[in-house]
Design a protein around this ligand. Structure first.
Ligand code: ATP
Ligand code: LTN
Length: 328
């Protein structure tokens, strides 16, 4: 059995992109692997957060994890800040990293662009992420393509430390999404669907009402050709919608093209609204059931205890190999 670890930030608006790109894989992996899924609230505070909202969003993501099918009997689900090893290991890794390699991270460059000064946490974000992964002797990290650089720096840090000190860490592999599986924004299909985009119709959030889903899909940008054909280059809008339809209805894009031959975008979109509402309804129902329950709190508490037991073992090994503490 391989150990799988991944995390999602509690920043609200979990959307179809997050679901199809990340959460769906999490669910599929739990049958054949030992999975640990985290809500990375300490990553969220790399940018300013309102404390109340942050906690609500943390519980929202936790409930969504369970609602999409992550099973706490199979997987460990917990909140990052509930296990102190993340912050501890992060410091040890920080002392073995270079400002040069962190400066090359595109996420940092993007997020600090045009700012006079950037928060240090934004700069060291990849180190905390490496700590998340290495703390659990992780073999596989399922993430979106945008995280490739972060996985690479995690592997570099682990290799560097293993070469310098006794072998301390397992070197993890990223499990990246196929390029085609990236869900694009509905209003601008050249950009990825994103939590932070201002236009709410650019995304479909997992908890959107049917009327909102309808509006967003009917408004989605297409092209003037009027033919339902998959062609990302020339028809990014309709290709994105075909992609969404295909995964939600579990039908191949070719089948859909055949099914909609001679039909217009209006018909296609109407059906996609139905497919989407139907796919999200059980997720929403389960979410409502569990979001404010004691069950959710119990699952997260138990998850943190199980995660902490693994984390403590790793930290004992790290401290021994680095000569930290009393050594007993
Ligand atoms: P933002 O949209 O504000 O940049 P995010 O949606 O990427 O944030 P994260 O918490 O960083 O939010 O991502 C959670 C997971 O969802 C990651 O594995 C990420 O790669 C994946 N993901 C995010 N957006 C998409 C998308 N449009 N298509 C596919 N996967 C996505
Ligand atoms: N940076 C990731 C979230 C994240 C993560 C992790 C993913 C934080 N720690 C550890 C995998 C493993 C993101 O923005 N998607």
């Amino acid at each position: 059995m391989k150990r799988v670890f991944s995390g999602v930030q509690p920043t609200g608006n979990i959307h179809l992109g997050n679901y199809l790109g990340a959460l769906k894989q999490f669910v599929e992996l739990q049958d054949d692997n030992e999975c640990i899924y985290c809500i990375v609230d300490m990553h969220a505070i790399t940018v300013p957060q309102d404390p109340k909202t942050l906690r609500e969003h943390t519980l929202d993501v936790a409930a969504l994890y369970l609602a999409v099918g992550i099973d706490p009997k199979k997987s460990i689900v917990f909140v990052q800040s509930d296990v102190s090893g993340h912050a501890e290991l992060s410091w040890v890794l920080t002392c073995n990293s270079y400002t040069g390699e962190l400066s090359r991270m595109t996420q940092f460059k993007d997020k600090s662009k045009n700012k006079e000064s950037a928060p240090t946490g934004l700069f060291t974000y990849p180190i905390l992420m490496a700590a998340d992964i290495l703390l659990y002797d992780t073999d596989v990290v399922p993430v979106g393509n945008d995280q490739k650089q972060h996985i690479e720096i995690c592997r570099d840090l682990a290799t560097r430390i293993n070469n310098k000190y006794e072998k301390t860490f397992v070197i993890p592999d990223g499990r990246f999404l196929k390029e085609g599986a990236r869900i694009m924004a509905l209003d601008d299909p050249t950009k990825k669907m994103s939590k932070s985009a201002e236009n709410i119709h650019s995304r479909i959030s997992l908890l959107d009402e049917p009327s909102k889903i309808k509006k967003s899909i009917m408004k989605a940008t297409t092209d003037s050709e009027g033919i339902i054909r998959f062609d990302v280059e020339n028809k990014p809008g309709i290709s994105n919608l075909l992609n969404i339809y295909s995964v939600l209805a579990d039908k191949s894009v070719e089948k859909l093209e055949a099914q909609y031959a001679g039909k217009g975008y209006g018909d296609f979109k109407k059906d996609l609204v139905e497919v989407t509402v139907e796919a999200l309804a059980p997720i929403k129902a389960r979410y409502e059931e569990i979001r404010h329950s004691d069950e959710l709190m119990d699952i997260l508490k138990e998850g943190a205890q199980r995660a902490d037991a693994i984390a403590q073992k790793t930290m004992a090994r790290v401290k021994k190999n680095f000569g930290l503490g009393l050594g007993r």
